[in-house]
Design a protein around this ligand. Structure first.
Ligand code: PHE
Length: 454
């Protein structure tokens, strides 16, 4: 039995384990299909630079805030805000997080299920069963989507029922290095193929003419989703921390890992798209000149590339890629499910196993509904990602900056980061949490809402 898992809530076993689990939460579908598509769509390296600024200027301070609230209260997001704030308003931030967790996970499962479908699709394609392969690769096939998203849910629940250190920490510690190795192996291979250099040039060559308000807003939105911020996933992960962990340093590692893996994923996906184009696959819409949508990009263009490569090699590369995407999604779906599960465990005194199966079943039902009508994904993304997460982040900043107060948060950060109150970091972070982050997030929200209305 791990020594630290004394309390019934559980704790991380090692410092590295926590950082890998939080990084596992951050690195997911958002990095491997979301980020590369946005880059290609938004002027290559210009988007990367702006995204980097968003992660550092908004994401990093908010991540520190989430870790701090979690570790201070040792509670789920609802319990955490109840403990720190008075009245009925503060827990609403937590309830909103739990709701976003449930809803985001529901469609996340459907997309994650596609990765499982494509692993099998590659196998059936290789053995010449093209009609079975195309059913497995049919993104709109309701029954198939439902089966695979439920399988993905089962995997997520099984890990969660294992507990914090024996389940989540052990799984992410094993999965994250595999993910990185697979990514790098695929990049090395892709660069041996014709067309990859053209992709690389587009990726690293900034085109600042495309930079406008919208681009900055989508970079900020992408940063929020990719860093798992705004719904209390990292409050929950922070609540399993002991007081020795340096929260600022941990947040820095997680932010850098997430940004780094997104960059590396771009090095794979964008050159791979151009290799596919070289082989005759259409990647840009001939009428608008715009890149095909993100769902089509990874799930349609890349399998065509793998089939172009052909033979055992094509199958192995295809399977490797979709396993990679599935693993990245799994370490994120764990953290999405952990938010409502920890809420049920803490607030209703329910055992972990029961809570995980109960919440998991509820989410699976919503996922099954989405499976039969994937156009619902767009609505869910709009409400719970594009509005939900920044709204949550804004409320977290305002709550910490003006109600709980940054001085109190700094007292918590002090544990594990001695002398932080007199360090320049304290002043800068307080200023960001009180002014810079709320203003920037507020702008994103207002623009998003304005765009929806008009
Ligand atoms: N960060 C995850 C990704 O990039 C998604 C996620 C969002 C996970 C919010 C937890 C909370 O895919």
């Amino acid at each position: 039995m791990p020594e630290l898992e004394k309390s019934s809530r559980g704790t991380w076993n090692t410092k590295l384990g926590f950082i890998l689990a939080a990084a596992g939460s951050a690195v997911g579908l958002g990095n491997i299909w979301g980020f590369p598509t946005q880059v290609a769509d938004n002027g290559g390296a210009a988007f990367i630079l702006i995204y980097l600024v968003c992660c550092l200027v908004v994401g990093f301070p908010v991540m520190i805030a989430e870790f701090t609230i979690g570790r201070r209260t040792q509670k789920n997001p609802v319990g955490a805000f109840k403990a720190l704030g008075k009245g009925f308003l503060a827990p609403l931030i937590g309830y909103w997080g739990v709701l976003c967790g449930v809803m985001i996970l529901s469609f996340y499962l459907v997309i994650s299920g596609w990765t499982l479908g494509y692993v099998l699709e590659e196998v059936f394609y290789f053995f010449g069963h093209e009609s079975i392969a195309s059913t497995l690769g049919d993104l709109g096939h309701g029954l198939k989507n439902a089966v695979f998203s439920v399988i993905f849910m089962l995997l997520t629940v099984l890990i969660i029922t294992g507990g914090v250190s024996q389940g989540i920490e052990r799984a992410t510690k094993a999965l994250m290095p595999i993910l990185l190795i697979l990514l790098i192996a695929l990049i090395v291979y892709i660069f041996t193929l014709d067309g990859s250099m053209e992709g690389l040039i587009m990726y690293i060559n900034p085109d600042f003419s495309t930079v406008d308000g919208d681009l900055i807003l989508s970079a900020l939105g992408q940063a929020f989703f990719s860093l798992s911020l705004g719904m209390g996933a990292l409050i929950t992960y922070g609540s399993y921390l002991n007081k020795e962990q340096n929260l600022v340093e941990s947040a820095a590692y997680v932010t850098l890992t997430d940004v780094g893996i997104a960059f590396i994923a771009g090095l794979l996906v964008i050159p791979a798209m151009f290799v596919a184009q070289y082989g005759g696959t259409e990647i840009f819409n001939p009428e608008t000149g715009a890149l095909h949508s993100s769902v089509t990009l990874v799930f349609d263009v890349l399998p065509e590339l793998f089939h172009q490569i052909g033979g055992v090699l094509g199958m192995i590369i295809g399977i490797t890629f979709f396993i990679l995407l599935g693993l990245a999604a799994l370490t994120s779906s764990i953290s999405l499910l952990e938010v409502p599960v920890s809420y049920v465990i803490d607030e209703f005194n329910v055992r972990r196993k029961k809570a995980a199966w109960g919440v998991g079943s509820l989410v699976a039902i919503i996922a099954i509904i989405i499976s039969f009508d994937i156009s619902l994904i767009d609505y869910f993304v709009y409400i719970f990602n594009e509005i939900g997460l920044p709204l949550g982040g804004l409320m977290i900043c305002l709550f910490l900056g003006y109600f709980w107060k940054a001085e109190n948060a700094l007292l918590e950060i002090e544990q594990g980061f001695e002398g932080v109150e007199s360090h320049w970091f304290a002043k800068v972070w307080t200023f960001f949490i009180r002014y810079i982050c709320p203003v920037l997030i507020g702008l994103v929200l207002i623009t998003t809402i304005y765009n929806i209305i008009s």
